[in-house]
Design a protein around this ligand. Sequence first.
Ligand SMILES: O=P(O)(O)OC[C@H]1O[C@H](OP(=O)(O)OP(=O)(O)O)[C@H](O)[C@@H]1O
Ligand SMILES: O=c1[nH]c(=O)c2nc[nH]c2[nH]1
Ligand SMILES: [Mg+2]
Length: 175
Amino acid sequence: MKPNSQVVELQDMAENPSFRKDFPVSWEELHRNARALAWRLAELGPWKGIVAITRGGLVPAAILARELDVRLIDTVCVSTYDHQDKRESKLLKAPIEGDGEGWLIVDDLVDTGRTARVVRDLLPKAHFATVYAKPAGRPLVDTFITEVSQDTWIFFPWDIEYRYAEPIAEIRQKR
Ligand SMILES: O=P(O)(O)OC[C@H]1O[C@H](OP(=O)(O)OP(=O)(O)O)[C@H](O)[C@@H]1O
Ligand SMILES: O=c1[nH]c(=O)c2nc[nH]c2[nH]1
Ligand SMILES: [Mg+2]
């Protein structure tokens, strides 16, 4: 079967075939979405502090901390993916003691919800916020901004770089 143009483009970026679409996010877009998230969370505070889920949650957590005037920041260090391949979640560092009441947990996205489940079990009363959500993980998040489909891989600005993009006409000519 001849692949369609979208799939050919995607093979350049999303290497795992279960992610059929890619969704590159610029710094500006991430900043705008994180600020939109801050507006929603400002209504729900005040917050005792933020627990950032490393590493992806660190950048949104910094933006939220600035917008919400939160200066008490903790981390929970969880690793669930090797590049685009999912495996068992590893808890590398636990967060603050307690049930998380009044605290905000921040991650860049929720995908299957596996990482969120680990952190929610640690801090069951905290409010869980992400910038992006995919349908499978969405029920685990209290507040998010943008939903993308389950077969989409989101490329964050820290994982990509500006480079030459081949014109579509040339890509098509090679097929
Ligand atoms: O809902 P899930 O299927 O668990 O996927 C979401 C998690 O996966 C990514 O983290 P990753 O494990 O890649 O580590 P990183 O944040 O250090 O890049 C992302 O930052 C989320 O934390
Ligand atoms: O950069 C990422 N993009 C994603 O879509 C994703 N899903 C899980 N983990 C992810 N990391
Ligand atoms: Mg992460």
